[in-house]
Design a protein around this ligand. Structure first.
Ligand code: MLT
Length: 230
């Protein structure tokens, strides 16, 4: 599913949904749980995030790639590496990533979080599953984007021997990934969110988030919280 606006076309009854927002929400989630954050509670709105902050959660809020005033954390994966976060409960809202998780949560058998950073571990866990797999690309405000589509293609490529590819969107993503896989940073260079982040002076998050298999952590939604599954 190349954008959450098309999620209504899919029946989630028998599906595990893997949400991907490569720049940068799901790369932050994977990094944070790998570095020892206890749980990340994704919420769709600033208000929900504020309410959790008032309950004692560390709160991360991003809109249009910028930190929202009054919150503790921004949406850079490097902000999730701090020792001071080990064992903490984090609440997070982002423009597209956490919104996609909220939408997936409504009907899926299970919600998992994917990024290039945990691609291999995620593929290994999915190989053992009997359910259908739906990759939900967070995109940007209803529009598909290149980096999330590339991730969907990478996962489809990794699982091609175990699962049947159900529709052309998967084939498109897979072919795109095979075209770009040898140099992902160059392949995404002119994409919209790369340009948006670069306008804000954020380059290192892009390079970082395109690395494959840095961590073996797979964030899985348990109730309202994402927790690490190894
Ligand atoms: C999002 O959820 O839309 C993104 O993670 C935006 C960002 O790069 O901060």
């Amino acid at each position: 599913c190349l954008t959450p606006d098309l999620l209504h076309l899919h029946s989630l009854d028998n599906s595990i949904v893997v949400v991907a927002d490569i720049f940068r929400a799901t790369s932050c989630m994977v990094t944070g749980l790998a570095y020892g954050i206890e749980s990340i509670t994704p919420v769709a709105t600033i208000e929900e995030c504020k309410a959790l902050q008032l309950k004692g959660y560390l709160a991360a809020a991003e809109r249009n790639a910028l930190k929202v005033e009054g919150f503790d954390l921004d949406n850079s994966p490097f902000s999730y590496m701090s020792e001071s976060l080990i064992g903490s409960q984090v609440a997070m809202t982002t423009t597209n990533g956490t919104l996609s998780i909220s939408k997936a949560k409504a009907g899926a058998v299970k919600v998992m979080v994917g990024a290039f950073l945990n691609l291999g571990a995620l593929a290994n866990q999915l190989r053992a599953e009997q359910y259908d797999i739906l990759v939900l690309c967070a995109g940007w405000k209803g529009r598909p984007n290149l980096e999330d589509t590339l991730f969907a293609g990478a996962l489809a490529e990794a699982l091609k021997d175990e699962f049947m590819l159900m529709e052309d969107s998967v084939l498109m993503a897979q072919r795109l990934y095979n075209q770009g896989k040898n140099n992902l940073p160059a392949f995404v260079a002119n994409s919209s969110h790369v340009r948006r982040l670069q306008r804000l002076g954020i380059q290192k998050d892009i390079t970082y988030s395109l690395q494959t298999d840095l961590y073996d952590v797979v964030p899985v939604l348990r109730g309202s919280k994402l927790v690490a599954h190894h």
